[in-house]
Every structure is written in C-alpha cells, then in structure tokens.
Design a protein around this ligand. Structure first.
Ligand SMILES: Cc1cc2nc3c(=O)[nH]c(=O)nc-3n(C[C@H](O)[C@H](O)[C@H](O)COP(=O)(O)OP(=O)(O)OC[C@H]3O[C@@H](n4cnc5c(N)ncnc54)[C@H](O)[C@@H]3O)c2cc1C
Length: 313
C-alpha cells in the first residue's frame, strides 16, 4: 500500500489541522495521526488564547507583557508577529465555527497571569476541545483533505535512509514524505509528498509528572533529528504551575489534570499546607506573576516539605 499527495501533514492538533485547512485551498493534503483524530494536547487546552480584542487594549501592551513574561529571552520580532496577527487568527477560528464564550453579545475576555489586561478568549473552560471540534469539522468537509487515523509516522524519507548518502549535508537533502505504521494491519507504508509538515506536538511524556496526554512523546523532534535537522530552543519547556497532584503518576488510576490559570485570574489564592498564602514572598504580582515564577515558587514550597494547595477566596 502506498499514498501519494502534494502535502503530507503529520498530526491532528491545532497546528496540523489548521495547516491542512489552509493548504487545501490550493493543494491535496494527506493528514496522518497516530490515534483518533481528536487525541492531541489541543483537545486538553483549557483556559484560552491571549489576544488584543478589546478596543481599550493595545498591541504595545501585549508585546510588553509578553517580553516581561519571557524574562528577556524572547525573539522580539516573533513576539510582534504573534501579537499583531493574533486578532486576525481568532477571527479566522470564529469563521471556521469555533464557539467562543460571549458576554453581552461580545467575546468574554478574561485575565491570566502575566497579562496587564483582560485578553483571554475562551470557550468556557474547554477552549481546546471546542477549537479542535471546529477544525476537525471543517477539515472533514474538505474534498482536498484525507485524514488517516491510527497511523503512526515512524521516519521521514530523506537521503539519511540510503546507504552511501547518509553523510550528505543537510542543505543538499530532500524530504519525500514519511514511512508510517498502520496500527491495525501493523504494515509500514510509504506516503510520498512534495512537502511534509511535522505537527506532532510536544514531549510532556518524558516527565514523571505531566498533564499532557499519552500521544506527547516528541516523535516529530526525533524524526527531524534523525533526518539531520537543526534542533533549536529545546530547553524551553512550559511547567504549568497548578495541577491536581498525583503522587503516583505511573499507576493505572492516575489522573493528573490541569487546574486552569483562569482560577488565579478570578482571584484564586495559593496556600501551602500550613494555610499560608506564600506568593507575596516570591513576587509582587503574587498569584498573577508569570507561570515560570509561580511554578518555581510552588516547587520551592513543596521542597520545604509543605505541599502547596489551592484555595479560592
Ligand atoms: C492540559 C493542557 C492545558 C493547556 N491549556 C492551554 C491554554 O489554555 N492556552 C493555550 O494557548 N495553550 C494551552 N495548552 C497548550 C496547547 O494545548 C498546545 O500548545 C497546543 O495544543 C499544541 O498544538 P499542536 O498542534 O502543536 O500539538 P498537539 O495538539 O499535541 O497535536 C499533536 C498531534 O500529533 C499527533 N502525533 C504525534 N506523534 C505522531 C506520530 N508519530 N505520527 C502521527 N501522529 C502523531 C498526535 O496524535 C496529535 O494529533 C495546554 C496544554 C495542556 C496539555
């Protein structure tokens, strides 16, 4: 068995589905995904997406907040693109059919840590699930997109698979698609394409504690690395400050779910097991400090032996 397409997309989260929808306007797409099409980090995202959508908010404010939260490590040009293209992308998601929560007929914008303004657009507390639903519905209707579920991409087809060409410099290599494993038949098949997009999400499963689903095993990074791609920024992992703590995450009954940042946005106070509200010791913004600061503060409290707990005001 063998497929040929213009563009092969690997992954059915927001990145893969959105790319497939855009590309399908001018080319044929095959999208493979290793489980069911909705199984992705995207489906578990809760709080929402930050964007300048209130007429009283400004791009300059959002850029400033992002650079502060990035602790001087952000690429400023990239931040500017992210912030300025944000409202257009949110409107595109609405046009695709995403039902964001409204208040008095307008988008209900809430606040999260690190933001100086209410700018989080959300779909109740299940934002990712709603975005994923709308994107899957749109992609499934396109005659130019074929979604193949339960199919695991194993390796990219490049010269690195050919004896004698292994040492060809990366700049002279081509990618002609990927070898994929059909879970049910256990057959490896070849999908050739003019372009291949890796949208395989993150690597949360390398950590003992994670809120990521089991699909988050960094396959795309591994495939790209084996093919000789230059890896960058691998040290940037987001540690979300608050989740339900499971002391035994490996067990079958394990369920370590995220406690949304919006809880702190609405005034939730973090307390340790002595009942002490500890965030003021770490940052003047307290619970609304950027995530890395809050995560480190909780970690410090836990290492002192006082388990952090979440209390609402
Ligand atoms: C609990 C939680 C809450 C979050 N909350 C927010 C939030 O409020 N706001 C926000 O902006 N972000 C949030 N995020 C982060 C956000 O969900 C991710 O940044 C985003 O969804 C990543 O999208 P993606 O398309 O890159 O990857 P994913 O959504 O993870 O999609 C990856 C896809 O690739 C597939 N795949 C992987 N390997 C292979 C392979 N070898 N072969 C075939 N398919 C493969 C997977 O099955 C999946 O379909 C949250 C994340 C989590 C886990």
């Amino acid at each position: 068995m063998f497929h040929k397409t213009d563009v092969l997309v690997i992954g059915s989260g927001i990145a893969g589905l959105y790319s497939a929808i855009k590309i399908s306007e001018f080319a044929d797409v095959v999208l493979v995904t290793k489980k069911e099409k909705s199984e992705s980090n995207t489906n578990y995202a809760q709080g929402g997406i930050a964007s300048v959508l209130d007429p009283n908010d400004t791009f300059a404010n959002h850029i400033k907040d992002t650079l502060i939260a990035g602790a001087g490590l952000c690429n400023e040009k990239t931040v500017e693109i992210l912030v300025k293209e944000g409202p257009g992308k949110i409107n595109e998601l609405i046009d695709i059919g995403t039902g964001f929560t409204l208040k008095d007929g307008k988008l209900d914008l809430v606040r999260e840590g690190g933001h100086s303004f209410n700018r989080i657009v959300h779909a109740k507390d299940l934002t990712g699930k709603e975005v994923e639903r709308a994107l899957i519905e749109k992609a499934s209707k396109s005659p130019n997109i074929r979604i193949i579920e339960n199919t695991l991409a194993i390796d990219l087809i490049t010269e690195h698979n050919v004896t004698g060409l292994k040492h060809l410099p990366i700049s002279s290599r081509h990618c002609w698609g990927a070898y994929v494993l059909e879970n049910e038949s256990e057959h490896v098949i070849k999908i050739t394409s003019r372009a291949t997009i890796l949208a395989t999400g993150g690597i949360g499963q390398v950590y003992y504690h994670t809120t990521n689903p089991p699909i988050a095993t960094g396959d795309g990074f591994a495939m790209a690395y084996r093919a000789g791609a230059k890896m960058g920024n691998m040290e940037f992992i987001q540690f979300h400050p608050t989740s339900f703590y499971d002391p035994n995450p490996g067990s079958k009954s394990s369920h370590s779910f995220l406690i949304s940042e919006a809880v702190r946005g609405f005034g939730g106070i973090l307390r340790n097991s002595s009942g002490e509200a500890f965030m003021a010791k770490y940052d003047t913004r307290k619970e609304l400090a950027p995530r890395d600061i809050v995560a480190r503060a909780i970690d410090t409290e836990m290492k002192k032996g006082v388990m952090s707990m979440y209390f609402l005001m």
